[in-house]
Design a protein around this ligand. Structure first.
Ligand SMILES: NC(=O)c1ccc[n+]([C@@H]2O[C@H](COP(=O)([O-])OP(=O)(O)OC[C@H]3O[C@@H](n4cnc5c(N)ncnc54)[C@H](OP(=O)(O)O)[C@@H]3O)[C@@H](O)[C@H]2O)c1
Length: 279
């Protein structure tokens, strides 16, 4: 496993397992399967409604806690200092752990600055090791940098070969904030997974298109965590550390960028958060 060194000196496994959209009744089994395959980094969130099941897997897996890297994210309705602080304690309880390795502000809405203060306090109290952002644009990131006493270590953003976030990634690199890529294989985008350029590269290395995309993420140092509920895909997605894409193939993938992103915010989210104002 490759690691990325964060701006606070801590290491994060560059590759992990995401649990968005995994139903409650499948989540414990899926996380245990991923841990059996070798994943050590789990990307969770309060809004995914399955922290409890991730916690069950953590407590049952038999892997020492210090070998695991657990991320969660504070959801919009828990923003404001006091509510965010209480929600951190609830996440710890559900995850059945004394500390969360990385906790993020999930989206920049409403009183996210109050939530940031609660995260900083969580670090000082030893409940959280590292804190960061998710779905923040440049202006919103600057608003946190202007008030932060602890610098965010990551910004988790949508990123895949059809939407590579080149400007945002360059900005984050300049600020020494690591990039985390959500929708790493485009949320299963069929067009992306059958792209002729990617298919040709995959054939050349004897790998699948998904593996080529995930390897591209690792080589550009995007920390990422594909989701699958299927044991064979959980294994397939992890099997990317025995080959390396050539510079030529990396350039071909970089040329596939077409600025294709899901709407911000996506429709389903819009209805939930319409009562909160984007900062
Ligand atoms: N911060 C944010 O706002 C945010 C937003 C979205 C996601 N995330 C994080 O990013 C993680 C990944 O995002 P995601 O799950 O939405 O998208 P994704 O990992 O890009 O794609 C998952 C989809 O692809 C399918 N899939 C997985 N492996 C495959 C393979 N090898 N070949 C073909 N299809 C495959 C899965 O289906 P099966 O399950 O049926 O295999 C699922 O439908 C999430 O779990 C979450 O942790 C964060």
């Amino acid at each position: 496993m490759n690691y990325v060194r964060l701006n606070n000196g801590k290491n994060i496994p560059v590759f992990g397992y995401g649990v968005y959209c995994i139903p409650k009744d499948e989540c414990e089994k899926c996380v245990l399967e991923a841990l059996k395959v070798g994943y050590r980094h789990i990307d969770a969130a309060q809004i995914y409604q399955n922290e409890e099941e991730v916690g069950n897997a953590i407590s049952k897996c038999g892997i020492p806690r210090e070998e695991l890297f657990i991320t969660s994210k504070i959801w919009v309705c828990n923003y404001g200092y006091k509510k965010a602080k209480e929600s951190i304690d609830r996440s710890l309880k559900r995850l059945k752990t004394d500390y969360i390795d990385l906790m993020l502000i999930h989206r920049p809405y409403a009183n996210y600055k109050g939530a940031w203060k609660a995260l900083e306090e969580g670090v000082k109290e030893g409940k959280i090791r590292s804190i960061g952002l998710s779905n923040f644009n440049v202006k919103e990131t600057e608003s946190i940098l202007a008030m932060a006493t602890i610098k965010p270590v990551v910004n988790q953003i949508e990123c895949h070969p059809y939407g590579q976030q080149k400007e945002m990634r360059a900005y984050l690199k300049e600020k020494d904030i690591a990039v985390e890529a959500w929708f790493p294989i485009g949320h299963g985008d069929k067009q992306l997974l059958t792209d002729p350029v990617l298919s040709e590269i995959a054939q050349k290395y004897g790998k699948t298109v998904a593996q080529v995309i995930l390897r591209w993420h690792v080589q550009v140092e995007n920390i990422t965590f594909p989701k699958s509920v299927k044991p064979e895909r959980i294994k397939e997605n992890f099997d990317i550390f025995d080959f390396e894409l050539s510079q030529d193939d990396m350039a071909k993938i970089e040329a596939l960028d077409k600025g294709k992103y899901c709407p911000t915010p996506p429709k389903w989210l819009d209805t939930i958060i319409s009562k909160f104002k984007r900062a």
